[in-house]
Design a protein around this ligand. Structure first.
Ligand code: AMP
Ligand code: ZN
Length: 496
């Protein structure tokens, strides 16, 4: 089998054939950095990560570009509403640059916590204004624009294939409802390439351009930066399904009008994370960020495990109960792997680490000789090749860890190969669990209880220094104390 992907363009599963067989070039729309990414947004990036990891597993090199929107994304995806970055700056009293710095940092902390590989290139819109201006010049030269009331618009009537991605017949779209009625536009679906007439006084970010001092529309950044880093024709473009109708449709119109040729071969879109109120979104007020999950006692990897239990093209319903189920299932998995680790010489684990970081299936399959393991691995590969079917792929991971009477190092290598795609850090996490339980085995409980009693007495004697010293002594042995109304309790903490 070979990789098959569902292409939104054409709405069918297709064999994946890269333009250049040695390297897959892919662009994923990145975050707008005006607030914390919510866990629905993060689904989009875990999906991009599974795609990257799958491509690596199948032996491709990958050049993955992600943009950071730090200008131009209005509160409506079209040309309506206020710039999200400027609104956030106005509300907090910070500058746009400060807002961007805070949320870029927070975003990449989430990315690291979720074990998402960093893209090869991360590019900020505000650092690519010249590239955008150059691209707009080409679009203008090719006759696809008009000026109206100080703003430069893209004229969709000049682009024959407008709407081909969403399959919406533009003729049938009437102004009203969800489409902005802007009297400066010839067609309500025309969109701004360059604003010079800000709707807001004191617009903080303005650049000189051939059309006047102003700022870019939102969509042009993705066209300009993807072409700059990946060329005029590349393999894959991803985003959430909400981007199909406006953002990606407009990206295609711009890019193909500028170059006169096909821009992207495969369009992949993830479905929404939903709650009982529908799509998780800020406006509905039931939004959680990754830190909420951590505060509730979950690991970010519990959330990743939960996400992998759903296919990226299906809606996934978030609830705390569902997350609890995922947490328990992951714990069970790690407990089982912990047992396998007990029988494996430590030096053999280096190979696993190498594999989990970058596994090309063909290069490593020779390390497995057991027939049953080989068959689970092939089943796993076929599941992931079938449009990234992670729920199915997880079942073959379960089959591997349930195996008995096979050398533990061979099982661990198979786990590492699978985990190079799933990104659950299974062996490392199981090792941590093992170390915690090894520590517990070595703990002298009587000694701890004695020290707690001594600390209690020290507090009664108002010898707070001694009480603190005892707390610190225990902490240095990874034991933390917690004073509760029912007395002092102790816990073993992770030493890392
Ligand atoms: P934004 O920062 O608003 O541009 O969104 C970042 C990414 O998250 C985009 O690819 C969106 O399509 C995606 N997205 C937004 N809401 C959800 C959701 N509830 N579930 C999954 N993906 C989402
Ligand atoms: Zn984009």
């Amino acid at each position: 089998m070979s990789l098959k992907l569902y292409n939104t363009m054409g709405r069918k599963i297709e064999d994946f054939i890269p333009i250049n067989k040695d390297i897959v070039r892919f662009y994923g729309c990145g975050p707008t950095v005006y607030k914390f990414a919510h866990i629905g947004n993060l689904r989009a990036y875990v999906f991009q990560d599974i795609l990257t990891r799958t491509l690596l597993f199948l032996g491709y090199n990958v050049k993955h570009v992600m943009n950071i929107t730090d200008i131009g994304h209005l509160s409506d995806d079209g040309d309506d509403g206020e710039d999200k970055m400027l609104k956030s700056a106005r509300e907090t009293g910070l500058t746009v640059a400060q807002i961007a710095d805070i949320y870029i940092k927070a975003f990449f902390e989430d990315v690291d916590n979720l074990n998402i590989k960093r893209p090869s290139i991360i590019c900020r819109a505000t650092e690519h204004i010249n590239d955008m201006i150059e691209l707009i010049k080409k679009i203008e030269k090719n006759g696809h624009t008009y000026m109206s009331e100080g703003n430069l618009y893209f004229d969709i009537s000049t682009f024959h294939d407008y709407g081909k991605l969403s399959g919406v017949d533009i003729e049938t779209l009437k102004p009203g409802a969800r489409i902005d009625i802007d009297k400066n536009k010839k067609n309500p679906n025309d969109f701004v390439l360059w604003f010079t007439k800000s709707k807001f006084k004191n617009h903080a970010l303005l650049w000189d351009s051939p059309w006047g001092r102003g700022y870019p529309g939102w969509h042009i950044e993705c066209s300009a930066m993807s072409i700059k880093y990946l060329g005029e024709h590349f393999d894959i473009h991803t985003g959430g399904i909400d981007h199909i109708r406006v953002h990606h449709t407009n990206e295609i119109a711009q890019s193909e009008s500028a170059t006169g040729k096909k821009w992207v071969n495969y369009w992949l879109h993830n479905e929404f994370l939903i709650t009982d109120k529908g799509k998780m979104s800020k406006s509905k007020g039931d939004v959680f960020v990754l830190n909420d999950i951590i505060r509730q006692g979950f690991s970010p990897l519990d959330y990743r495990f939960f996400l992998l239990g759903g296919h990226y093209r299906k809606q996934l319903a978030f609830s705390w109960e569902a997350l609890e189920t995922a947490k328990n299932a992951r714990k069970k998995l790690l407990e089982r792997v912990k047992k396998i680790l007990k029988d494996c010489p430590r030096e053999k684990l280096n190979k696993c680490e190498e594999i989990v970081n970058n596994c090309n299936f063909e290069n490593y399959k020779g390390y497995i000789s057991n027939e049953r393991l080989i068959s689970h691995l092939i089943n796993f590969k076929e599941a992931i090749e079938k449009d990234l079917n992670t729920p199915n792929a997880l079942s073959f991971l379960q089959a591997v860890i349930k195996e008995r009477n096979i050398k533990s190092e061979e099982i661990l290598i198979a786990i590492a190969m699978i985990d190079s795609v799933l990104g659950l850090d299974i062996i490392k996490e199981s090792q941590k669990l093992k170390e915690t339980s090894d520590n517990l085995d070595n703990i002298d409980i009587e000694k701890i209880e004695e020290l707690i009693k001594e600390r209690k007495q020290a507090k009664i004697d108002k010898d707070y220094k001694k009480a603190d010293n005892i707390r610190e002594l225990l902490k240095s042995q990874n034991i933390v104390l917690e004073d509760t109304p029912n007395g002092t309790i102790w816990k073993v903490i992770d030493s890392k």
